[in-house]
Design a protein around this ligand. Sequence first.
Ligand code: NAD
Ligand code: TYD
Length: 342
Amino acid sequence: MKNILVTGGAGFIGSNYVRYALQAHPDWHVIVLDKLTYAGNLDNLRDVAEAFKGRYTFVRGDIADREVVFETIRQHRVHAIVNFAAESHVDRSILNPDAFIMTDVYGTYVLLEAARELNVERFHQVSTDEVYGDVPEGRSTEDDPLKPNSPYAASKAAAELLIRAYRVTYNLPVTITRGSNTFGPYQYPEKLLPLFITNAIDDQPLPLYGDGMQVRDWLYVMDHVQGIDLVLTRGEVGEAYNLGGENERHNIDVVRMMLAILGKPESLIRHVADRPGHDRRYALDTRKARALGWAPRSDFESALRETVEWYVNNAWWWRKIKSGDFKEFYRRQYAERLAQAQ
Ligand code: NAD
Ligand code: TYD
């Protein structure tokens, strides 16, 4: 039996990964360590807890809490750590960067210390294409410099630099994946697609930043988790791998496609004041991950359709979220923008 610690496993990509990993590896015991912040949600793992009793354990705790981290790794004799735990939303990092430094930077440091002292066999970091910063043309390769522009991206880049240092200094067996913009079921409705899908279902306005001509490289969550799993099990120690959807689209085109699927009018779109420091474009070169045997296999339109259908059929999941603390965030982030929108 292999014991795998998945931090942040109650979030969007983490919970999809846990579900996938338990199916793909019958000899794995998965221990989720999650603080259950506003973005963490045990509803995301409800089916997993039922289907994989005996091979799945949930521990509520903070990756920045040394005692909890060391105790969990010792108690469960952890072989590998897959670190999803992070504050993950750019707009929140602009409103208040504090938690980003505490979790994404300091929390990663605590995990690295534990991995080093307790001889964990592999530390895998789930990172992002945002560490490369704005990419006006071409595609980022893994050796490109890290030039993050938002507090979120800077906190993820800082974590990567620590990981590199632990590899070089202590010979810690690390791997990194840099995923592009991910979408699919269980994504917290603050990110572009789940926010806009759920607003559109309710005929609410869609606050599109600036001209909507920013480019993101969209990756279906199933492709993303398969890439993470492949790098964890077959990637070369010390290496970083880009996981891109090879699916670059302007935001406005993604929103229009979503509205067409949902049968809602484009008049819901409002052009609102842009995000400060907004990166215009991300794009990843995926040759290195492809050489390992990975590829983004999903067709974008079908995956978007499945995602839209999931939100339509699972209103119980997102209505609970949108009726809570989320309202205060939405007001802070959008009330003035929407009032001033043309
Ligand atoms: P998410 O916000 O949905 O989930 C984050 C999870 O981490 C939540 O369950 C939360 O409770 C937990 N968490 C936060 N702080 C914690 C702490 N201090 N200790 C323990 N748990 C904590 O995020 P996501 O979109 O699933 O992203 C997961 C990872 O993937 C992040 O590291 C993010 O940087 C990275 N990533 C995300 C995307 C994307 O498009 N969403 C793309 C590339 C990489
Ligand atoms: P987001 O989902 O926040 O991901 P990221 O900032 O990590 O790329 O945003 C995706 C794109 O959509 C990004 O260019 C910002 C834009 N966007 C809007 O136009 N309006 C919104 O309300 C949100 C949340 C994002």
